[in-house]
Design a protein around this ligand. Structure first.
Ligand SMILES: Cc1cc2nc3c(=O)[nH]c(=O)nc-3n(C[C@H](O)[C@H](O)[C@H](O)COP(=O)(O)O)c2cc1C
Length: 369
């Protein structure tokens, strides 16, 4: 062993990925999306290496939300789950981390990115990126409270990238085990271009593995982004809702194998499974159909270039109407290919990304681009 090398940033190894030596894949944490049902559905089509929960809110009165705990306790996907926290109170962050460590989590993740004004105004999530000193205190507290893996998910700044290097240095100083970087500032929300140069800068400067996040739209794009950033893996959010095969396709791409295409018939199967998996007892049919529309906003971006599927989908009010239009659009030519990339110009919901539209954390309505 070369004694001139610095000691590893952290003694906590990451859980093994499914592709030995290959880049990691992770499903991005998404509030109201990455619950137990969705993790199960994704696994059916090819699980990511790592899951992250929706964020657990941390404050004086908070207790880990039961529905989020289910995605850890009842998770039989076989893949590790990191529990994400959002908050800024040191003692309650440490307490919540301790509570979550009694469950079978792969690690504790800190949210330094949520762009919802209601959230950042409380100086949590993305709001903390304005205050690197406070980030340092939080990282020190959580590092001391978490004997195992402690991870961070960050944006590249609040309204500028002035503190970026400083935050990465804090990540190093506090021996963070994994860093996910969404390559936008908080003020850039979800639709701007992604600054992959900053993800590359994080990968070069951080002593832990970095996951590249933001607009990883396909396996081919994942390979390009990894090449460009030298990140250790990719974290994928909205494009895994659109295409749940994306993690399996990434593994094929990384292994130099042909990427298995997805057909419209496959997509019909996905929609059916998603519908059944997310159906809750007592929820009226109309409400469930409306919930499905939020996922289908993304799916529709790769069905046709005219947006006809999205147009019809938005008008469905009943389960029968929803599946009738799915049959019309997806089973007329079931072997036709579902586009690997979203069709340009097929926008899931135009004009929805105003700060006013973002009311509570990250909502599906506010981030469909
Ligand atoms: C509906 C929705 C909810 C989100 N909730 C969270 C969250 O709870 N925690 C978090 O760190 N990021 C959250 N995000 C941000 C994603 O994890 C990810 O950083 C972002 O969507 C960019 O990646 P993508 O282009 O692959 O979607 C959310 C995003 C969406 C679309």
């Amino acid at each position: 062993m070369d004694s001139a090398l610095p000691p590893p940033a952290s003694p906590h190894r990451l859980p093994a990925g499914q592709q030995p030596g290959g880049p990691f894949t992770a499903l991005a944490p998404m509030q109201d999306v990455t619950d137990l049902a969705f993790m199960r559905v994704i696994t059916r089509y090819g699980a990511p290496d790592f899951f992250f929960t929706e964020f657990f809110r941390v404050h004086a009165q908070s207790r880990p939300e039961k529905h989020i705990l289910r995605s850890i306790d009842e998770n039989e996907t076989g893949r590790p789950v990191f529990a994400q926290l959002i908050g800024e109170d040191l003692s309650h962050l440490a307490r919540t981390a301790g509570e979550l460590l009694r469950h079978s989590v792969a690690g504790i993740d800190l949210n330094l990115g949520c762009p919802a004004p209601k959230v950042y105004k409380k100086n949590v999530g993305g709001g903390l990126l304005r205050d690197p000193d406070r980030i340092g205190e939080i990282l020190a507290t959580l590092r001391a409270a978490v004997p195992g893996r402690f991870t961070v998910k960050m944006r590249i700044g609040f309204d500028s990238t002035d503190h970026f290097d400083r935050v990465i240095d804090l990540v190093n100083e506090h021996h963070v085990d994994l860093l996910s970087v969404h390559g936008r500032t908080v003020k850039e929300m979800y639709r701007s271009e992604v600054h992959y140069d900053f993800i590359a800068r994080a990968a070069a400067r951080a002593r832990c593995p970095v996951l590249a996040n933001g607009n990883v739209t396909s396996a081919a794009r994942a390979a390009v982004i990894l090449d460009e950033t030298r990140a250790a893996g990719v974290m994928i959010g909205r494009h895994a809702i659109r295409n749940p095969w994306i993690f399996r396709q990434c593994r094929e791409q990384f292994a130099g194998q042909p990427v298995t295409p997805v057909t419209l018939g496959d997509v019909r199967d996905y929609i059916e499974h998603l519908f059944r998996a997310t159906q809750l007892p007592g929820i009226p049919e109309r409400a469930h159909v409306n919930k499905m529309k939020k996922y289908l906003n993304f799916v529709g971006q790769s069905v046709d270039s005219s947006g006809a599927f999205l147009h019809d989908m938005r008008r469905a009010e009943t389960e029968a109407e929803l599946f009738a239009l799915c049959d019309r659009h997806l089973l007329a030519e079931p072997s036709r290919l579902f586009a690997a990339e979203p069709y340009p110009g097929v926008i899931a919901r135009p004009n929805c990304e105003t700060p006013e539209a973002v009311t509570d954390g990250c909502s599906l309505e506010s981030v469909t681009a």
